[in-house]
Write a protein that binds this ligand. Sequence first.
Ligand code: PMP
Length: 279
Amino acid sequence: MPDMACVNGRFSPLADAVVSIEDRGFQFGDGVYEVLRTYRGRPFSIEAHLTRLERSAQSLQLATGHTMAQWTSLIHEGLRLSRFPETKIYLQITRGQAPRDHPFPIDISPATILTFRELHPLGASVRNAGVQAITIDDIRWGRCDIKSVNLLANVLARQQAKEAGVFEAILIREGMVTEGSVSNVMVVRNSVIQTAPEGHKILSGVTRAIVLELARKEGLAVAEAFVSRNELFTASEVFLTGTTVDVLPVVRVDGKMIGDGAPGVVSRLLSARWNAFTG
Ligand code: PMP
């Protein structure tokens, strides 16, 4: 069961896959991506991820190079070849290969990459205990809704979290919580689930949308409105949502206890509903 890659439609073991050093993704970060995962071997929410990929690409006047049906069949082919119990699927489109010059080159084809690697879900003990986070300044650009491969600010944020010995960095812009470096952030205050609204300041998470829907179905109050950094610390619960984290309770932020320092009722309920929905 090797890690697999597919470069411009050609499958190979990931270790053998290469792209040109003149690929604009490598030189300019001129590209977009998606990360999907499987549950019980089946790719989850393909359509939502491919729709977001299309939207990200369009925002950069980038052609995706494939139809939804073609992407879907490449995903299934990669899963057939890699055959992991659970798989993390990475899709990337860059503007393609051309001599380095900032404006868009004329007449080049986009370069598409897929990779298929074994997914190791977070263990039950981590989920049951909850994780810690730090807050840091959100220094990213003004179009965080585009899932671009320019992830330097996210890389620096997650590295800072790692050095602090915590799981996630919660990003703060002008005093307000935007999202995590690899996740969306939800906060429970006065029995209302609050999360940053869609717009240029956050990535509109596939998990976020489903979790909000599951919450509404439970009759829980939801507000898509920014939470301030101060409000974060007085919240009864904080949790993260995302493809690689599912619904993950945060029990300490900057060393300060959230609620009673254990995953709260709303986080646990939504985590259970998420598992039922994806299982
Ligand atoms: N925000 C950021 C910055 C992310 O990288 C991710 C992970 N893709 C998310 C939010 C969560 O999005 P999704 O639920 O679609 O994985």
